[in-house]
Design a protein around this ligand. Sequence first.
Ligand code: MN
Length: 128
Amino acid sequence: MGEKTVLVIEDNDLNLKLFNSFLQIGRYRALNAMNAEHGIRIAKEEKPNLILMDIQLPGMDGMSATRLIKEDPAIKDIPVIAMTGYAQEGDGENFRSAGFHGCLGKPIDMRNFLDTLKNLFADEGSPE
Ligand code: MN
C-alpha cells in the first residue's frame, strides 16, 4: 500500500507546523496549503489520501472548499476531515452533511489525531 499522503489546509503557521510534526511521527507524507484555493489545486495535482481542512481560512472558508471538492469528480472521493475551533464543536452533524468525513476539535492532541487517521485508513480497507 505504501505511504499515505495527507494534505493539510491550514492558515495558522504554528498549527501547520504542529500537524506536520504529528504526520511525520505517524510516518505520513505531508502536503501543505495555507488557503483553500491553493489546497484544492494541490488536491487535484497530487490526489492525497486524506485532506485535513481548517474551517476558518482567509478567502474561501473550509466549508465552501469542501463543497467544491465534493462536487469535483476528480477529487470527490478523497475523505476530508474538518479541523474545528471551540465554537464549532458539537456541529458534527452539520459537518457530515457538508460532505466532511469527520471532524477533529482544536486543540488537537497527537494521540487523538493519529488514532483518527489510523482508524480512517483501516476502515478504507484495501484500495481499489
Ligand atoms: Mn484558520
